[in-house]
Design a protein around this ligand. Sequence first.
Ligand code: ATP
Ligand code: MG
Length: 389
Amino acid sequence: MEKVLLVRYTEIHLKGLNRPYFERALVDNIRKALKGHSPVIEREQGRIYVKGIAEKDFSEALGRLTRVFGVHSVSPAVSVGKDWETVVAAALGLMEKRLEGCGEGTSFKVLARRSDKRYFMNSDAINRELGGRVLERFPFLHVDVHKPEVKLSVEIRESAYIYCEEIPGAKGMPTGTAGRACLLISGGIDSPVAGYMMAKRGLTLSAVHFYSYPYTSERARDKVVELTRLVSGYAGEIKLFLVPFTDIQMTIYEKCPEKETTVIMRRLMMKIAERIARTDGALALITGESLGQVASQTLEALCVTNDAVSMPVFRPLIGFDKDEIMDVARRIGTYETSILPYEDCCTVFVPKHPVTKPKLDELRASEAAVDFSEMIEKAVENTEIMTVK
Ligand code: ATP
Ligand code: MG
């Protein structure tokens, strides 16, 4: 008898002839996620089996697996030979553990799948036979085929796999199968969630953060590194570019009309991010903007921001309420770090009355009145790059 983690995967089955490409990527990502546990990974008919994990590492490995994008769900299973009495013994052993603490009247059903069509019993027969043996051994149970509390699954393949738990996975597409994009990450709640959501669709992430020493602190920077690390728990390794932004920000503050400072700042951030993205092989930018959330996220402001770059800008949170974004942040574990109270450069210089409906030509003119080119060069030159994992 061997303990295995049985992995089901998501939409990959829709990918026709590209399917092997997606499957290989998923297996690679699983291997990376389980680094240090020396897993043996096998693929068979729409399933991935992870074997060879030491008993003491089993729940840790399970946790890591459920965070890999492309994984629909994971079942800790036992794998045994297909001899019927062996199957029954393993199933009863598993039920014994599963039923600990369950009382009179607990409902169950057996769910058999027979991929090996030469097996001497079909699925119905397995359901009936095994159901009978379970009832014999645990007479306090009753069968409910519609809404059972306990589902005992048996899959007859090369071996027999038996399990009674199905833990939901991260879903989505395997990271790296959709190309690379660059996340503008602040220390807030939204941008880490935006990065998570796009990585979930298969993108590899890099990230750009703008900081303004001494107006923003060392701790604000550490917080961003930590948020990036938390996102990398799902998205894999992230190359993080830390861009010094003080000179540019001070210049905007001194030389541009006060009410336009935020939008001009956003445009310059996008321009620098686009440059970094191009050198890094990224084809799109990602932000945590949500329509109407603040003055710089009205439709007019977003149009003016977009005008600064030619790359597509992905805004996965555009239709989300703040509550909904916070829910995701809590679920993926970034929320507690995001709410630490360190200032972001966006919040340090906030105009009292920002424009909510900026006009593109006016904004372009205000920006063109100041020569930012040298400052941009300097910022890019002094950008610090780190790999976060
Ligand atoms: P967040 O919660 O992510 O900080 P926000 O609601 O505070 O977002 P803004 O401050 O207007 O919104 O920023 C909008 C988006 O711009 C952010 O989601 C992020 O993608 C990007 N951004 C803001 N500040 C920075 C920064 N200092 N460095 C990099 N990107 C930033
Ligand atoms: Mg912010």
